[in-house]
Design a protein. Structure first.
Ligand code: UD1
Ligand code: CA
Length: 450
């Protein structure tokens, strides 16, 4: 049996925030959710999150993770005190307990898996992740005997100058034999600079305790302030972009691009500078995205070009060209071989194949057929101040420049709408619709008016 406990009861004073520290987002997920996810490979039987400060907020934020149990630590008297709260919920539990700080979001699932493996193969009472840091300041220091077994962990603030020179640090990631840990928890004291119950003190009473160095010390970066949050974001981004480049994606200027770890890309996608891909976005082979794009929760089929545009919650079919300066949002479906751009906004609309909306338009709540040509400055007036209404435009219809469709309205196939028309009634197929004042010319008017 395996249980995981995540320490998330502290306020995180150094963040200087109204939001509890562990709820700060790192890309697509909060710190605490990332900590939970780092145990994905070990299939824990129980997952417990220890909450205290703004615990209900944390509970709400993790609502979608059904397996998670919450344990309250009313007063935050230290990391050891947090684990003491587990004695009751884990009363009948036998097996190993993984403990993670909720503010360690970059841990790889493989690292946790290896920790558990080392722990179980050596039948340790406790095994902890350690790292040799060039700058160990702020972390607890780990001291070992000649057999590489841990004898003591001393917090930075409790170290004397000599001890402070030890660069081997405690990552705050542990695997314990729960029964052995439970027996020694009552021995914890508050005999330290902060007068807190330190979980790290249990190594004084447990035997054997083994330290396992991480290969990549960036993994165990703890987040205490917003500078560390930003640098963790950088580490995460580098990981994501490097893995996509290794998988066959061209990223022209990686430093100017961000890609959330929820995004999926195919081989031979090219990402140009200043482009940001977020959420549940899937981009197929041959697409060229950027420069200057933001795409979230959208699906792009093969060979699409997007230039200086914002796309959210949309589906786009192959070979379509978008931009420069298009905004697609709120459930747009765009067909194959379309062209959309030069200051065009499309909202909640379905657009057929080979349809062009190439200049200065707003299309909202509309259904457009195939091969429609939307003239420059065409607007669907979809909102009457209370409700939204649909506009339907049939195949091969051409809307003149600066035409307005006052919805609800239906335009048939093969219609031509004259430039500058305000269309308030349905138009049957094959017709010409003109809805504007006929031009009058008063000759000699200039002279007369003087
Ligand atoms: C802790 C370790 C330190 C280690 C470092 C790694 C202890 C005493 N020290 O220090 O050796 O190098 O992590 O990042 O354990 N928390 C609670 N309840 C409490 C106190 C804290 O749930 O009463 C939670 C916090 O919300 C946080 C985590 O425990 O998520 C760690 O607490 P923090 O105060 O950040 O510990 P560090 O000083 O970083
Ligand atoms: Ca910390």
């Amino acid at each position: 049996m395996l249980a995981v406990a995540i320490l998330a009861a502290g306020k995180g004073t150094r963040m200087k925030s109204k939001l509890p520290k562990v709820l700060h987002p790192l890309g697509s997920k909060s710190l605490v959710e990332r900590a939970i996810n780092s145990c994905n490979l070990v299939n824990p039987d129980r997952q417990l999150v220890i909450i205290g400060y703004e615990g209900d907020k944390i509970q709400n934020a993790l609502n979608h993770l059904q397996e998670v149990e919450f344990v309250e630590q009313r007063e935050q008297l230290g990391t050891g005190h947090a684990i003491i709260q587990l004695i009751h919920p884990l009363e009948n539990f036998t097996g190993d307990l993984i403990v993670l700080n909720g503010d360690v979001p970059l841990l790889r699932p493989e690292t946790v898996q290896n920790l558990v493996k080392t722990h179980q193969e050596n039948r340790n009472a406790a095994t902890l992740l350690t790292a040799n840091l060039p700058n160990p300041k702020g972390y607890g220091r780990v001291f070992c005997d000649k057999n590489n077994l841990v004898t003591q962990i001393i917090e930075d603030r409790d170290c004397n100058p000599l001890q402070q020179q030890n660069q081997r640090i405690n990552a705050g990631v542990y695997c314990f034999n729960w029964q052995k840990l439970r027996e020694v928890l009552p021995k914890l004291s508050t005999n330290n600079d902060q007068q807190e119950y330190y979980l790290t003190e249990v190594v004084d009473y447990l035997n054997p305790v083994m330290a396992k160095d991480v290969d990549d010390y960036l993994e165990i970066s703890g987040i205490n302030d917003r500078r560390q949050l930003a640098s963790a974001y950088g580490i995460l981004q580098r990981r994501i972009k490097e893995s996509w480049m290794m998988a066959g994606v061209t990223i022209v200027d990686p430093d100017s691009v961000t890609i959330e770890d929820t995004v999926q890309l195919d081989i031979d996608v090219t990402i140009e500078p200043q482009t940001h891909l977020r959420g549940n976005t899937i981009i197929a082979s041959g697409c060229k995205i950027g420069p200057g794009c933001l795409i979230e929760n959208s699906q792009l089929d093969e060979n699409i070009n997007v230039l200086y545009s914002v796309i959210s919650d949309s589906k786009i079919s192959a070979n379509t060209k978008i931009g420069p300066y298009a905004h697609l949002r709120g459930d747009v479906e765009l067909g194959e071989n379309c062209r959309v751009g030069n200051f065009v906004e499309i909202k909640k609309s379905s657009i057929g194949n080979k349809t062009n909306i190439a200049h200065l338009s707003y299309i909202g709540d509309a259904t457009l057929g195939n091969q429609v040509n939307v003239g420059a400055g065409t607007i669907t007036a979809n909102y009457d101040g209370v409700n939204k209404h649909p506009t339907i435009i049939g195949d091969r219809t051409k809307t003149g420049s600066n035409s307005v469709f006052v919805a609800p309205v239906t335009i048939g196939e093969d219609v031509t709408v004259a430039a500058g028309s305000v269309i308030t009634h349905d138009v049957p197929p094959q017709s010409l619709a003109i809805a504007r004042e006929r031009q009058r010319v008063i000759e000699g008017w200039a002279k007369k008016s003087k």
